[in-house]
Each structure stands twice: as C-alpha cells, then as structure tokens.
Design a protein around this ligand. Structure first.
Ligand code: C2E
Ligand code: MG
Ligand code: MG
Ligand code: MG
Length: 287
C-alpha cells in the first residue's frame, strides 16, 4: 500500500517536473523572437508620495504578449530569461524604453517636479562588468537625467558578494542613480546590508501590507520597519496598497511612498498623465 502510493506520488512529481521543463523550453524558444516581433511592452505603475498625493515615481513592469503563447506573466518568463541569459538583451530594451517614455512624460508635466522611473534589474545584468557604462550610455542617448532613474535590486543580488556587482553598484551610485531594494522582508532578513550598500530606497513587500488593517502584529511590524528606514535615511515604498485604510495607516505612520492597485494598476505610459497626482492639483477653473 505504502509502497504503491509513494511510487505514484513519485510519478506525479516526475510528470510535474517534466511539464515544467517543457514549459520553460517553449517559453525560451518563443522569447528569442519576442523583441524583434515587438511583442514586449513596458507598463508604468505610479508611486505616490503619501503626504502630498503627488506621483513622484513610476515602476516599469514588463509585459509579453506572445503570438503563440498568449499573455505570459513576468513571474513565468523572467526566470527563464535569467536562466538562459536572454534577460541581458531584454533588460537593456526595458531600460531604454523606460528612460525614453519617462523623458516624454516629463516634457508634458506642468510643473518641474521630476518624475523618476524605477526599473527592475536582474543579477545577470549586474554581473556584466560593462553594466554601469551601458546605463550611462542609455541616459545619454535618451536624454534622461541620472537623478530620474532608479534601479530595483533584490537582496539576493547584493549579498552575492560578486566583484562585478559591487563595482557596478558603486559606479551607478556615483553617477547619481538611485538604488532601491525590492521585495524587502521576503529574503534573508540579515539587516547589515542595509548600511553596507549605497541604497536610497527600500520597497516593503506587499506580504507586510496585506493584513495591517486587521492584524495589530502586522501593523506593528510595518511601523517598526518604517522607523528603522527613517533612522537609516532610507526612503520607504510600501508595495501592494489595495485599500484606502492601508494607504492611510502607512501614510500616518510615516511611510513616504505608496504603490498599489488602490492608486493605479500598471498602465500604458501614454495614460500616465490622466492619473491623479501626475499634475499639480488645480483649482476648479471658473469659465
Ligand atoms: P516586483 O518588482 O515586486 O513588482 C511588483 C509586482 O506587484 C508587479 O507584478 C505589480 O503588477 C504587482 N502589483 C502592484 N500593485 C499591486 C497590488 O496592489 N496588489 C497586487 N496583488 N499586486 C500588485 P508583475 O508586473 O506581474 O511583475 C512581477 C515581477 O516580475 C516583478 O515584481 C519583478 O520581480 C519582475 N519583473 C517585472 N518586470 C521586470 C523587468 O523589466 N525586469 C526584471 N528583471 N524583472 C521584472
Ligand atoms: Mg520591483
Ligand atoms: Mg517588489
Ligand atoms: Mg516581486
């Protein structure tokens, strides 16, 4: 009995693994043509300053509409692209597209408050010794000032202790580009790297935001992280804000920036100017 059931579950496991490998191979094959076929798009999701409601940043989020596979979410194709190294070319395209689009948005912003674009970067990209100089080229080509670019890194990348990664991080910081730690709280939870690297921003993972309205312990945890970031001079972005009470609780406790469906889903860059907070609040005009 026992033997039989364990053999069955082994078979099931095998089939599942096999399926996953098949999926990856299919994704990889189609991903190779995705850029030249113009199947990729970058969406922008607003990041709002809690105290003013102003849109201060947008996060660039990649979308892939494959002719053969349909819409493939980034959580499925980014790991494949990282595995095969295709993320280097794809990431460069995302970076250039993001800088160009935010430069266009800045031109139609009625006041001079700079809009920053925050771009997710993979380990493979930072492991390339030329990465910082490639970023510098992209800024020059697109005309975006360095202080309007932020790069989102994960704990896994920065604690890796890779020589090229460290050199790139230092060079990017010296160029005036902001560095942001994504998905904070989901990883290794060793806090020493918060001061060891020239980080400007920490992004609190949405797992910490989810039940702060209903769970006192969660709220205490969030407010402790807010206080810690403040005393370390790090700006905090809370991710995954879906409700007004979440926005208010975090804002009132001093979280500087808020991001989530409550404000806006990721949208086409061209639609950003229509979203609240992009332009200064105008008084109702008297016609
Ligand atoms: P991330 O960088 O942590 O991005 C935040 C994710 O949360 C995005 O998922 C976003 O659409 C989603 N999100 C935003 N607000 C809410 C909310 O209120 N509720 C919920 N439930 N979700 C929310 P998305 O766009 O599917 O991207 C998933 C991940 O894929 C990203 O997580 C990032 O790690 C990766 N990714 C996306 N674009 C790129 C890229 O251009 N390069 C690299 N290397 N990774 C990328
Ligand atoms: Mg991110
Ligand atoms: Mg995140
Ligand atoms: Mg994530």
């Amino acid at each position: 009995e026992v033997k039989k059931s364990s053999r069955n579950s082994f078979c099931l496991f095998n089939r599942e693994m096999n399926q996953r490998v098949q999926d990856s191979l299919r994704i990889d094959a189609h991903l190779r043509q995705a850029l030249e076929r113009k199947e990729m798009r970058v969406l922008f999701q607003p990041i709002v300053e809690a105290s003013t409601g102003r849109m201060m940043k947008v996060e660039a989020l990649l979308r892939w509409q494959s002719a053969e596979l349909g819409n493939v979410p980034p959580d499925q194709f980014i790991p494949v692209a990282e595995e095969t190294g295709q993320i280097v070319a794809i990431g460069l395209w995302v970076l250039e597209e993001s800088c160009r689009r935010v430069r266009e948005l800045q031109a139609v912003r009625e006041d001079s408050v700079p809009l920053t674009v925050s771009v997710n970067v993979s380990a493979r990209q930072l492991q390339d010794e030329r990465f910082a100089s490639i970023v510098s080229d992209v800024l020059r080509i697109t005309g975006l000032p360095a202080n309007q670019l932020e790069l989102e890194l994960t704990e896994r990348i920065i604690i890796d202790d890779d020589r090229a990664v460290l050199a790139n991080i230092t060079a990017l910081h010296e160029m005036g580009i902001s560095l942001s730690l994504d998905d904070f709280g989901t990883g290794y939870s060793s806090l020493s790297y918060l001061t060891r690297f020239p980080l400007n921003t920490v992004k609190l993972d949405r797992a910490f935001v989810r039940d702060i309205e209903f769970n006192m312990q969660s709220l205490h945890l969030a407010t402790a992280i807010i206080a810690m970031c403040r005393s370390l001079g790090l700006a905090l972005v809370a991710e995954g804000i879906e409700t007004q009470p979440q926005a208010e609780l975090l804002g009132n406790h001093g979280c500087r920036y808020l991001q989530g469906y409550h404000f806006s889903r990721p949208v086409n860059p061209a639609d950003i100017p229509q979203i609240a907070g992009f332009q200064p609040r105008r008084l109702a005009s008297v016609a």
